[in-house]
Design a protein around this ligand. Structure first.
Ligand SMILES: Nc1nc2c(ncn2[C@@H]2O[C@H](COP(=O)(O)OP(=O)(O)OP(=O)(O)O)[C@@H](O)[C@H]2O)c(=O)[nH]1
Ligand SMILES: [Mg+2]
Length: 402
């Protein structure tokens, strides 16, 4: 399809192309990538999720969007995809984790690749090859494809009566963990979204931290405490904070002032460190205002803050170096520590193509942890998003006063 600046329009306002056909799709004038039309009509909230490889980002994203689709209706909000095509990847995560035909199915997600046309768009600004035929890498930019959600108020939303326009488009950027490691962003803009991000989710995986592992190895059966995946997540975090400051033209001594959720993943594997009490509901049902019938669900930020304080104390005790790294680079007032579990329990085993029980399907690659479909129960997977929506678009999510 050709991109063009329209000069002729129908009476309804749609563009006409050179052949007089009606065009309804829109694209960015700079990079020519497709941009959903809704982006011009609703204010966007742009969020970035980052964490080391295998920290649980993809599982969390799948569980988060699955939970959000279900939990937002009582708040008077409708949550869905702006375009199925743009969200194909996260829909695939959701399908694989939650839409298996039977309870005993094996569930696993592939590692997010560092390059893939499904996840990133390559754009050439200028010629692709020099006269000698060499690829001109400096002309290439790689953009991650965001997941784009639409959050709209329904008639029971508190603003519905006065006709307020609170609807938002949420753009969520996910990368392979490697892009945030030193040198992972060479020649491209894969992490350029950090410049405009209105909220950050730092996925911190306690099972990859030396100090947490020492505390948990005896008491947890999760095999992730035994394997040899250990990552210096604080180094990756520092690297991301540096990139944010550079991209925003701030001094290296400045603190990042963006609301941030530190998502402590795989909570099922270390919940005993918080006392095994389970996680409370983050909402309350209150009577509808002005005597209208029924109840309205409101988000209670105090519940999250209490749990966040407990997690912060835990970090201070078990991994003080992590806590001080986090709070020395980002404004501590805007940080919430949120325990999350995408699966609600440990992996059931490790895949081996030879043992794959579902004959007609292609067997998975060897050595992925798999879960059983029937045992997946996410915990607080939607909370990081609620926290950031509450911070970035306070009108949107009905909440009790702080
Ligand atoms: N116990 C437990 N394990 C989890 C959970 N979520 C993810 N995992 C495990 O963590 C591993 C990595 O998860 P991914 O979501 O693929 O990690 P990622 O951060 O997307 O990794 P990259 O794509 O490599 O950047 C998976 O193989 C799962 O076995 C959870 O909630 N609980
Ligand atoms: Mg991933």
């Amino acid at each position: 399809m050709r991109r063009f600046l329209p000069t002729a329009f129908t009476f309804a306002g749609d563009a006409l192309d050179a052949g007089n056909a009606v065009c309804t799709e829109t694209a960015c004038p700079e990079c020519h990538l497709k941009v959903p039309r809704l982006m011009a009509m609703r204010r966007p909230v742009s969020l970035s999720i980052f964490g080391s490889p295998s920290s649980g980002k993809s599982y969390l994203l799948g569980a988060m969007s699955h939970s959000l689709r279900r939990c937002l209706a009582p708040y008077g909000l409708q949550f869905d995809d702006v375009e199925i095509e743009a969200n194909a990847n996260v829909l695939e995560y959701e399908r694989r984790i939650f839409a298996q035909p039977s309870q005993d199915r094996w569930v696993y997600l592939d590692k997010t690749p560092e390059t893939s046309p499904d996840l990133y768009s390559e754009v050439w600004f200028g010629p692709r090859r020099s006269e000698s035929g060499a690829e001109l890498k400096r002309n290439k930019r790689v953009f991650p494809k965001p997941f784009i959600y639409r959050v709209e108020a329904t008639p029971v939303h508190p603003t519905a009566r006065n006709g307020g326009d609170v609807g938002r488009v949420v753009c969520l950027y996910d990368n392979a963990g490697e892009h945030y490691q030193a040198g992972g962003d060479e020649y491209s803009s894969v992490t350029g979204h950090l410049r405009d991000s209105q909220g950050l989710i730092f996925v911190f995986d306690p099972t990859q931290d030396q100090m947490f592992r020492a505390c948990c190895r005896e008491r947890s059966g999760d095999r992730q405490f035994q394997d040899n995946k250990v990552d210096t997540q604080d180094v990756l975090y520092g690297n991301v904070m540096n990139r944010i400051l550079t991209l925003r033209s701030m001094l290296p001594t400045a603190r990042v002032q963006v609301p941030m959720v530190v998502a402590l993943t795989k909570f099922d594997a270390w919940s005993f460190l918080l006392g095994d009490a389970g996680l409370p509901d983050v909402w309350r049902d209150v009577p509808q205002p002005e005597g209208a019938e029924g109840t309205l669900r409101v988000y209670d930020p105090r519940v999250v803050r209490d749990v966040s304080n407990a997690c912060r104390n835990l970090l201070a005790r078990v991994a003080p170096h992590v806590l001080s790294t986090i709070e020395s680079r980002c404004d501590a007032g805007g940080i919430q520590y949120v325990p999350v579990s995408a699966t609600g329990g440990p992996a059931a085993g490790r895949t081996r193509a030879a043992d794959w029980p579902f004959a007609p399907e292609p067997p998975p690659p060897d050595d992925y942890d798999y879960f059983l479909a029937g045992s997946i129960r996410p915990m607080w997977a939607e909370v990081p998003m609620l926290v950031l929506l509450h911070a970035a678009a306070p009108q949107l999510l009905p909440a009790v006063d702080d």
